[in-house]
Write a protein that binds this ligand. Structure first.
Ligand SMILES: [Zn+2]
Length: 379
């Protein structure tokens, strides 16, 4: 259910983006580098100065890159002068492309404010868009950032220093991801398989009490056998009915333990296996989720989704972006599959049947083969 909600949220976000239109942007001014000092400010994601009584106008935009002398970390700072006090906040979105969306409340972009283009090392483009009463400043990023990799804050006016109200956005240069390159075929690949839930955590429970953890383990063990037959090495987060971290672990510790298995064993890809559940018992179908850390994550999810649909013949609930821990915190391309809805009586019966468990396992293996084939062509 949470997933459906998240998905709806993403759809809503995407519909707002469709209004976004990047106009051709002038090149950045060379030598703008040292224009802005980088004061050390207490971290604050959403800062508000005084409540705005009237609409403010975005008047001028300037930027600078800064490299920390000690850590070598690079940051781009964008400073926007506004005519009055405003509220500003930011959010990272992964789809359709990685972006930071900064909303400046009750503010209109002034005539002199143009879209900007950069070299793409920290930011590709910045677009200023009117969105209802607000201005949305859209930063196109080279890759998805963490919530700790940007800051949005406001500064009050300072008449003595001849400075107006300001909205400041700091964006960190992304830490380069390991450079993946894949060969085709399953032979010698290291595949991490994560059967969802287990032990004290049954996962979702079907109308006749069949438990998600039982289905995910059965399918995962089938996947393991099939992959090993193809010459792949399989790393399992669990091979029997147990908690991966421990029965009294917090949810995050448990998920962290699962991601760590994939990371420490240097898996090529990580697949988490789950079954879906929803309050409306007529809901059914197969879906796959990814978090776009690399260009391979959506490709992996789509390859798995296509193969799972061929194998199980259930409703196509598509490959969707999501923010789930195990697909976000794994260092390699990862996907989370929702085989079917355990809350749907027909699909609960399927999930508990050895025949369906084997078919879906074959679907996952074919999906992996499909993925490595596609990925090898990107090298
Ligand atoms: Zn689950």
């Amino acid at each position: 259910m949470r997933k459906l909600f998240l998905f709806c949220l993403l759809v809503m976000l995407m519909t707002t983006w469709t209004t976004v239109q990047a106009a051709p942007a002038p090149p950045p001014v060379p030598g703008a580098k040292a224009a802005i000092a980088m004061p050390k400010l207490a971290s604050a994601k959403k800062v508000q100065t005084l409540a705005a009584s009237n609409f403010s106008e975005l008047r001028q935009v300037r930027w600078a890159n800064h490299t920390d002398a000690v850590t070598g970390a690079a940051t781009m700072r964008l400073v926007m002068d506004v005519s009055g006090p405003v509220e500003a906040s930011g959010v990272i979105v992964a789809e359709p492309t990685p972006r930071l969306v900064v909303t400046i409340k009750e503010t209109t972009p002034g005539k002199s404010v143009d879209n900007l283009s950069f070299d793409g090392k920290i930011v590709d483009k910045v677009a200023f868009n009117v969105s209802g009463k607000d201005t949305k400043v859209i930063f196109d990023l080279p890759q998805v950032l963490d919530d700790t990799d940007y800051r949005v804050f406001t500064l009050p006016s300072d008449t003595a220093a001849n400075k107006s109200f300001r909205v400041v956005v700091d964006v960190n240069k992304p830490v380069p991801l390991p450079d993946f390159s894949f060969t085709s075929g399953l032979k010698n690949k290291v595949i991490a398989i994560d059967p969802g839930h287990g032990g004290s955590d049954p996962g979702a429970i079907g109308p006749t009490r069949y438990q998600e953890k039982t289905a995910t383990l059965a399918v995962a063990l089938n996947v393991k056998k099939l992959l090993e037959k193809e010459g792949a090495r399989v790393v399992m987060t669990r091979q029997d009915d147990r908690d991966v971290y421990g029965p009294n672990a917090t949810a995050v510790d448990e998920l962290k333990a699962r991601a760590t298995v994939g990371n420490s064993r240097k898996a090529d890809v990580f697949i988490s296996i789950h079954a879906d559940s929803f309050s409306d018992r007529s809901a059914g179908g197969t879906s796959t989720y990814y978090y776009q850390k690399t260009r391979y994550d959506p490709m992996l999810a789509k390859a798995l989704q296509v193969s799972l649909l061929e194998a199980g013949n259930l409703q196509d609930r598509r490959a969707n972006p999501a923010n789930f821990y195990v697909i976000k915190r794994t260092a390699m391309p990862a996907a989370l599959v929702e085989l079917a809805f355990i809350s749907n009586q027909n699909e609960e019966t399927l999930l508990s049947s050895p025949d369906f468990q084997q078919k879906m396992a074959q679907g996952i293996v074919r999906g992996l083969d499909r993925f490595f084939d596609q990925a090898s062509k990107l090298n």
